[in-house]
Design a protein around this ligand. Structure first.
Ligand SMILES: *[C@@H]1O[C@H](CO)[C@@H](O)[C@H](O)[C@H]1NC(C)=O
Ligand SMILES: *[C@@H]1O[C@H](CO)[C@@H](O)[C@H](O)[C@H]1NC(C)=O
Ligand SMILES: *[C@@H]1O[C@H](CO)[C@@H](O)[C@H](O)[C@H]1NC(C)=O
Ligand SMILES: *[C@@H]1O[C@H](CO)[C@@H](O)[C@H](O)[C@H]1NC(C)=O
Length: 502
């Protein structure tokens, strides 16, 4: 942290700001510090635009939403759209099956301006998580100030190789809040009981702080508009979620699969059971009141797969059809299926998995560990799900009651599952427990210039938005602009004073 001054001090300083401000300015402008999510401290002159290499669809598009432009993007790797999408990076204006999650033509043009470090897989819809060749990345070291790793910490090897070769790697964790007892600086998890899951707004705020640190010209007015739109979407979404609870509707996030079984010789379907609280999209939805069914197993992020024979207990094994689909393993009225396996659901799938919600078309996709993470994406996904879920009807005979719990309480967020709910349990809607971070719209315009140079009292600099308390980047930016204003006012006043008295 470069320096943190209390705004309360500023009025007290009064005219002494005249002397102090230019000195502070020099300090601030040259030594911004960003502590990343492994506790590694990075230093940069945030008045200079850093050049970065970053995973395309997750990191680069998020930074674009915060205001980064072509001149700062040196290279990208990975997919541009989300896994499973038919988004074509070479023909972005054609759109895709997931317009709410894939890049727009403008975002694609931004990505196209940089070196593509993963030509082997950048169009493979199954996934592309790394650059092809670390030597190529090292060869670009003069053009890359920072490698930006915005991910769940799973692909540490290649990042470590670049870091060992002396490149700067900034890590933003899409899974956990930074805690020195959770993740080591080599990305390994130390103790999950210190790992607390992040939702989208937490990651978006970190990326905003990072953008400021990297010298991105953040347009506060445009960012405030993005935040306002996200906030409006969250408000409308949570109201719709309340209605879903009233209607008794339950939602399950899952992955579907089909498999030719050796034992029976027939193709069978399965659905995954996993804890929704670790993934940033489901966590966001739950924090805003979605009646999300929880899972049976929390062990080591293991996904249990439930086959159709087990899923429909009233059907004779091997004879699953819609005459016996009343009883199901999960009482789901609306499915959210990960974008990669979502495309498996067609009429053939519904024959071997005749679930009432599937048959009624009550399902949509969600990006699992995928897509950009920004105010723009929060707005886009919440609006999409609100519209699709708003018209859903209750289809299952389930009568189970909700569990009163706070979806944002530390005990619930802990990644070891100790605070999680059991199989098919879901949290009651409680307006007081809704995550307010999504609902606090920006109320303050950017700090206005000082208009009356004779006044020694600086304008009050309200923090524009809630930011996480332990990082310096964006609050320092506000502080810098405040101090700049004070300095300008003071210098003007001083000059006026000199000229009138001289
Ligand atoms: C973390 O993300 C990678 C892709 O970046 C994925 O392969 C892996 O399954 C994820 N880990 C978890 C626990 O979801
Ligand atoms: C990563 O760091 C932790 C804690 O410092 C250490 O226990 C672990 O062995 C390290 N893992 C690797 C692969 O170096
Ligand atoms: C439908 O399912 C029932 C129960 O499993 C089974 O008895 C029946 O034979 C099935 N019908 C067909 C056409 O497979
Ligand atoms: C953030 O700061 C607060 C107060 O100084 C402290 O209690 C907390 O542990 C810090 N969190 C992190 C992630 O450093």
């Amino acid at each position: 942290m470069a320096c943190r001054c209390s705004p309360l001090l500023l009025p007290l300083l009064g005219w002494s700001a005249l002397l102090l401000a230019p000195m502070l300015l020099v300090q601030f402008a040259n030594a911004a510090i960003f502590v990343d999510d492994r506790g590694v401290q990075h230093t940069w002159d945030e008045s200079t635009k850093a050049r970065v290499a970053v995973r395309a669809g997750i990191g680069a598009v998020s930074l674009y939403h915060m205001g980064m432009r072509e001149e700062q993007l040196a290279a990208t790797w990975g997919l541009w759209g989300v896994r499973g999408s038919d988004f074509d990076p070479e023909n972005p204006s054609q759109g895709s099956i997931y317009p709410e999650a894939d890049p727009s033509p403008e975002e694609a043009a931004f990505l196209a301006s940089a070196v593509n470090l993963s030509p082997s897989c950048w169009k493979n819809p199954r996934g592309c998580f790394q650059w092809d060749d670390t030597a190529e990345v090292l060869g670009m070291r003069d053009e890359i100030d920072f490698i930006v790793n915005i991910d769940n910490g799973s692909a540490e090897d290649s990042y470590n190789a670049a870091e060992e070769a002396g490149m700067n790697v900034i890590f933003i964790d899409t899974f956990y809040e930074y805690n020195e007892n959770c993740r080591a600086s080599n990305y390994s998890i130390i103790d999950t009981s210190f790992c607390y899951g992040r939702s989208m707004i937490d990651v978006a705020q970190r990326i905003e702080e990072l953008a400021v640190f990297l010298g991105v010209e953040v347009d506060q007015n445009s960012l405030n508009q993005q935040k306002q739109a996200a906030c409006d979407a969250a408000q409308a979404f949570t109201e719709t979620m309340k209605d879903l609870h009233d209607k008794g509707i339950r939602v399950k996030v899952s992955i579907v699969d089909t498999e030719l079984r050796d034992d029976t010789g027939v193709t069978t379907a399965s659905v995954a059971d996993f804890d929704p609280i670790e993934l940033w999209v489901p966590r966001t939805l739950e924090e805003l009141g979605m009646p999300l069914l929880h899972a049976a197993s929390y062990e080591n992020n293991e996904y249990g797969y439930i086959y159709s024979d087990e899923y429909f207990p009233d059907c004779t094994p091997g004879f699953v059809n819609d005459t016996c689909n009343g009883n199901t393993y999960f009482p789901v009225d609306f499915w959210l299926i990960d974008s990669r396996s979502f495309i498996l659901i067609d009429d053939n799938f519904k024959l071997i998995f005749p679930d009432r919600a599937m048959l009624a078309g009550q399902y949509w996709s969600y990006p699992r560990n995928d897509g950009s993470i920004s105010y723009v994406m929060i707005e886009s996904l919440l609006n999409e799900y609100r519209t699709r879920l708003g018209s859903a009807v209750k289809l299952q005979d389930s009568t189970g009651t909700c569990t009163p719990a706070d979806p944002k309480a530390t005990a619930h967020l802990v990644a070891d599952g100790t605070g999680g709910l059991g199989l098919n349990e879901f949290i009651c809607y409680d307006e007081a427990a809704i995550q307010q971070e999504y609902l606090q719209c920006p109320t303050v315009a950017p700090v206005p210039p000082v208009s009356t140079p004779t006044s020694p009292t600086p304008p009050t600099a309200n923090p524009p938005v809630p930011t996480s308390p332990n990082t310096s980047a964006s609050s320092d930016a506000i502080m810098v602009s405040t101090i700049t204003s004070i300095a300008a006012a003071a210098v003007t006043a001083f000059l006026m004073f000199c000229s009138t008295s001289g």
